[in-house]
Design a protein around this ligand. Structure first.
Ligand SMILES: Cc1cc2nc3c(=O)[nH]c(=O)nc-3n(C[C@H](O)[C@H](O)[C@H](O)COP(=O)(O)OP(=O)(O)OC[C@H]3O[C@@H](n4cnc5c(N)ncnc54)[C@H](O)[C@@H]3O)c2cc1C
Length: 353
């Protein structure tokens, strides 16, 4: 996977230094563009291996780690990009998924002070909770937590905390749900259920992916929403679902699921994985010298059309701006933001002359 695809080697130095916070597809692509424009780039990431969701959430058979690392090594060895891994950048206190792997912390405002420009590309590392009785049991988790655990073990970072499991219930119809269900099958689960509140036609992962999973042995249940988790001795033993029917379109434009009274049914589970959406996680969890006001209630960073937080030398791109999307979109955002950073820095140089 190539991130510096615009040049073969680094052109003369511009003496401008850029910090990239987040080594997912958006940050790595931006770094690749910026080094080809002669800038010096330092990357910061809270995880010990770069690649973001591509390394820690998406199964290896879809994106091999070697191909990500090839591009990262080229950035480091040929273009002098400095990788500060296991380093969480923060302004204010907040715990996001994967934070336990960070060993160092760096203050966001200090970073901004020390660099000519900073790009935030920290993605969506917090998952929505089910918000139903029993969802705080230890074996009820987000799909991201579930996938992170599996990846950490596969990457040799730590032993799995999941224990043995045979029955897995995954709730949701998006890419995270599909990956959690497929990994469950690959890990030897004998009964895997993928339960979605609308129909296969509305599932964000698409009909093709869900039919493929069904062929692998995943039980697809549509038009059902979780109502409560059944707990025995503090451990989740199953999920009670209620049947849904589809009503008029809601604010998302998709038909609204409406509960059907008296239609509850239970599915047994050793693990419940909720894949009902991830939330943007900017490294800004407070007022943060005035930049906190550019973070919306939904966690997204509000940038202008040049990907910049107005009036600052801070830029943002990828899922932390758009909310959960896809690799191609994050790459596109990273590239466009990098072009804007390059433009911003050349104007700065002209003004300084
Ligand atoms: C389970 C799952 C499956 C998916 N499957 C697909 C798929 O099949 N195809 C597809 O196109 N898309 C898929 N996606 C979506 C895709 O992975 C994302 O859209 C894409 O990775 C977003 O890129 P990004 O660079 O914005 O963020 P990310 O990839 O999330 O990278 C952000 C990086 O920032 C780091 N970070 C976060 N906070 C901090 C901090 N405070 N300090 C330092 N570093 C920080 C993280 O460690 C991470 O490395 C999937 C997503 C998930 C969750």
């Amino acid at each position: 996977m190539k991130f510096a695809f615009l040049c073969q080697q680094k052109p003369g130095l511009s003496r401008q230094k850029i910090a990239v916070v987040g080594a997912g597809p958006a940050g790595l692509t931006a770094a690749g563009y910026l080094v080809c424009r002669g800038h010096e780039v330092d990357i910061y990431d809270k995880l010990p291996i770069p690649g973001g969701m591509m390394t820690f959430a998406i199964p290896k058979y879809r994106i091999p780690l070697d191909s990500i690392m090839e591009g990262v090594e080229e950035l480091r060895d040929r273009f002098g990009v400095k990788l500060n891994l296991s380093t969480k950048v923060t302004c204010g206190e907040r715990h996001d998924e994967g934070d336990e792997l960070a060993v160092n912390t760096v203050d966001m405002l200090k970073l901004v002070e020390n660099y000519d420009a900073t790009l935030i590309s920290t993605g969506t590392w917090r998952s929505r909770k089910l918000g139903i009785p029993g969802d705080d049991a230890k074996n009820v988790m987000s799909a991201l937590e579930f996938l992170l655990d599996i990846h950490m073990e596969e990457l040799g970072l730590r032993a799995s905390h999941l224990g043995s499991f045979k029955k897995v219930v995954v709730i949701g119809g998006g890419l995270s749900a599909v990956d959690a269900a497929e990994e469950s099958i690959l890990k030897g689960a004998s009964e895997v259920y993928l339960v979605y509140r609308r129909t296969i036609k509305e599932a964000p992962a698409g009909e093709y992916e869900i039919r493929r999973l069904s062929r692998l042995g995943v039980n697809w249940i549509e038009l059902a929403a979780p109502k409560s988790v059944t707990i025995e001795n503090g451990v989740a033993r199953g999920v009670v679902f209620q049947r849904m029917k589809l009503g008029e379109p809601d604010e998302s434009g998709r038909p609204r699921p409406i509960p059907v009274p008296g239609s509850e049914f239970e599915v047994e589970a050793d693990i419940v994985a909720a894949a009902i959406g991830e939330i943007p996680t900017p490294p800004i969890a407070s007022e943060c010298g005035g930049i906190g006001k550019h973070v919306g209630k939904d966690g997204k960073i509000a940038v202008d059309k040049s990907f910049r937080i107005p009036g600052t030398n801070i830029f943002a791109a990828g899922d932390v701006v758009t909310g959960p999307s896809k690799i191609g979109q994050a790459v596109g955002q990273g590239l466009r933001a990098a072009k804007e950073i390059d433009r911003f820095l050349s104007v700065k140089v002209l003004v300084a002359r």
